[in-house]
Design a protein around this ligand. Structure first.
Ligand SMILES: NC(=O)c1ccc[n+]([C@@H]2O[C@H](COP(=O)([O-])OP(=O)(O)OC[C@H]3O[C@@H](n4cnc5c(N)ncnc54)[C@H](O)[C@@H]3O)[C@@H](O)[C@H]2O)c1
Length: 331
């Protein structure tokens, strides 16, 4: 069925990871623009458990859902009993955002269980329900191969997180052979925007640098700040998910389509918050992606995706929230 504003009326939508950064933005989008759709958030929420890198094992937070009126189910996608609970509900669409999203986690077993095994279970569930599966993949699948990043080329992840997302994409292609209308994978690039506060140290560089600038009048960057990334505003990522509802099955890049440097972020933040100092230091991460740039032509063609935010526009819109976070001393 072709997607129209009305076609989501009375549809049941599952958002796994809906208490996280991107999932909660998606949940609130549906609530605002599709009030007659029934949205159910499934998330393990933040517990006090941490990985060996000191970061929380799951980053969902109830405060991302304070204004959400739909049903919230707490559960773990790696737990069969928890999955059985949502399997009883018949969904029309599954937006699968739940994952270990922290790219610095080195526990391979934990990442692959949460990101790959659980995806397969959810894919099988989506088939039972006749639900379309729209899931989060990542630019991490490209590792440090040459930009521009093109789906199907240069997919050599540098860390187990990127590997897990590539496994999800390969599983997708396998399932699509039998179910050609069924799945859209979205390889998000570097996403930034509202509701990422609870990602802590794994939040975007835009939030981290913005807070440093406001708090210390100085930011710290890896030498010499000219590494380039494709930064994409969360509202464009939400839109890609919406477009995927009626879009053609497959795996697609979701970026701004532009590659911008960390020094560019500094300039944008200085436009919003005034001048501040920049200190450069050595990058400790061997697997750091030095240049990403999403080829979004196939995404435009197959999904009708058209990003609306350049880095300047996204940071301008986000600046107010960054300032509020800094003022409250929350970060
Ligand atoms: N933010 C980015 O820049 C970016 C880039 C590429 C891909 N992604 C992917 O997009 C998706 C959403 O990312 P995000 O930035 O919103 O991260 P996030 O960590 O804020 O959201 C993930 C959510 O999944 C939940 N979760 C984790 N493990 C779970 C489990 N076992 N069972 C149930 N829930 C669980 C967390 O509590 C959290 O709410 C993830 O799949 C991530 O890998 C994000």
């Amino acid at each position: 069925m072709k997607y129209t504003d009305e076609s989501l009326n009375n549809k049941k939508i599952l958002i796994t990871g809906g208490a996280g950064f991107i999932g909660s933005n998606l949940a609130m989008y549906f609530q605002k623009f599709h009030p007659n759709a029934e949205v159910i958030v499934f998330d393990s929420f933040r517990s006090e458990k941490t990985f060996s890198n000191g970061n929380f094992k799951s980053l969902g937070h109830f405060k991302n859902l304070l204004d959400f009126n739909g049903e919230v189910i707490v559960g773990d996608i790696t737990n069969k009993d928890d999955l059985a609970r949502i399997d009883k509900i018949k969904f029309d669409y599954i937006f699968h955002e739940a994952a270990i999203s922290d790219t610095t986690v080195i526990d391979q077993d934990a990442i692959l269980r949460a990101n790959v095994n659980a995806y397969k279970d959810l894919l099988e569930m989506s088939l039972r329900h006749g639900a379309k599966m729209i899931y989060a993949s990542s630019a991490g699948t490209y590792g440090n191969t040459q930009a521009p990043n093109i789906v199907g080329q240069g997919e050599i992840p540098e860390n187990v997180y990127g590997f897990s997302k590539l496994c999800m994409d390969k599983l997708t292609y396998k399932f699509l052979k039998e179910n050609p209308e069924h799945i859209v994978g979205l390889r998000y690039f570097n996403v930034y925007g509202e509701n990422e506060l609870y990602k802590g140290k794994t939040a975007s560089m835009i939030l981290q640098l913005g807070i440093q600038a406001l708090k210390n009048k100085k930011v710290r960057l890896f030498k010499m700040g000219e590494q380039k990334r494709d930064f994409v505003y969360v509202q464009d990522v939400v839109m890609a998910n919406i477009k995927a509802i009626s879009g053609k099955s497959g795996v697609y890049n979701v970026g701004s389509g532009e590659s911008r440097s960390f020094n560019d972020i500094v300039k944008c933040l200085q436009n919003e918050f005034g001048e501040f100092e920049v200190e450069y230091f050595d990058n400790p991460y061997k697997f750091f992606q030095n240049h990403t740039h999403a080829d979004i032509e196939p995404t435009k063609e197959a999904l009708g995706y058209n990003p609306r935010y350049k880095l300047e526009d996204g940071i301008k819109e986000y600046a107010k929230s960054i300032k509020e976070i800094a003022d409250k001393g929350e970060f």
